[in-house]
Design a protein around this ligand. Sequence first.
Ligand code: PMP
Length: 409
Amino acid sequence: SFPAEAVPQAPEDALFGLMRAYRADESKDKVDLGIGAYRDDNAKPWVLPVVKKADEILRNDPDLNHEYLPIAGLNSLTSKASELILGASSPALAEKRTTSVQTISGTGAVHLAGLFLARFYKVDGANRTVYLSNPTWANHNQIFTNVGLPIATYPYFDKATRGLDFAGMKAALAAAPDRSIILLHACAHNPTGVDPTPDQWREIADLMRAKRHFPFFDCAYQGFASGDLDRDASAIRLFVDRGFELVVAQSFAKNFGLYGERAGCLHFVSSPSAGAAEVTARVASQLAILQRSEISNPPLYGARIASAVLNDEALFAEWRDNLRTMSGRIIDMRRALRSRLEALGTPGQWNHITDQIGMFSFTGLSEAQVARLREEFHVYMTKNGRISMAGLNTRNVEYFAKAVDKVVR
Ligand code: PMP
């Protein structure tokens, strides 16, 4: 019989454990800066107005049914999603060098790409190790380990400046064996909020070209970082322009606020060559086989919503507006937090709060300070000092700044 007796207790997921503790806290002052989900100024989840509209349109469609999607997902979504990430005029699209599969949000896209690489990234001279930024989204470690790919890290965050350790990153990419797999956050790096500048991206691309590394882009925040969909995709487009063969894991959780609906895509882009379209077709056929055994076919609802928005000019324009609302409020909160800390004369430099971008800020608070914030002030954040900016609002930012001031002194 199966020796279930021998199964050890696994630790609770740190982030979901934090969420549970927050919910159980009865203080009226409590502040949730843990999970990366957008909240409005009333600390409430925000259903994007454009998503409400798309939902209404779908619900009034008498022909709507609940049949299975194809294995690769909703074609009207995947085709527009590839244009969204690569740019509608990308030569890669015109040359049919891309293939796209709808996935279980960004996590599923990272997993499916990981599974694909575990199966096929085996050619002579290639290094199967996946290099992750230090730090990175914690789930990356587990996802790649689960599919049997070794992982290593490259330096990313400079504790002194609370910015990018660019020299360390470049040295590690140069020292990695040729043709390694390098995971890059396309924008709004999680957990640090620190992104390379456009010039730095060009240098990274040059270096990776020389080393023939394989770029694996994780894009969970397109449009959410700067409020501009094209700008947030610019690193990916740079690498495609340079002729890299690459993958992109694309999540619609944050930018559509479709967290629980699990909408996302995996895109594979081949290098330009005479046979690129055939190569891409073979990749597509293998992704379909892997997808079939993993999930058979992806979920419908979130895909329909995102597709409705991406395929309608007016809804698309409204979505861009909604994105600016979310990113704008977050940028406002960065300014508000920094200016309050500076006004309080809180010891230390706080410019990184506004220099960093996207959902998260790596505050530089120590584990002990984070623990005090939770125990004395009912502020919930991950112990690495990361805060979700979306958890701050005009009502609690002052309270949070004062609490930080107290624990830092
Ligand atoms: N990658 C990164 C870097 C993320 O921050 C997230 C969301 N926390 C994801 C992938 C995947 O999220 P989801 O599966 O909800 O799309």
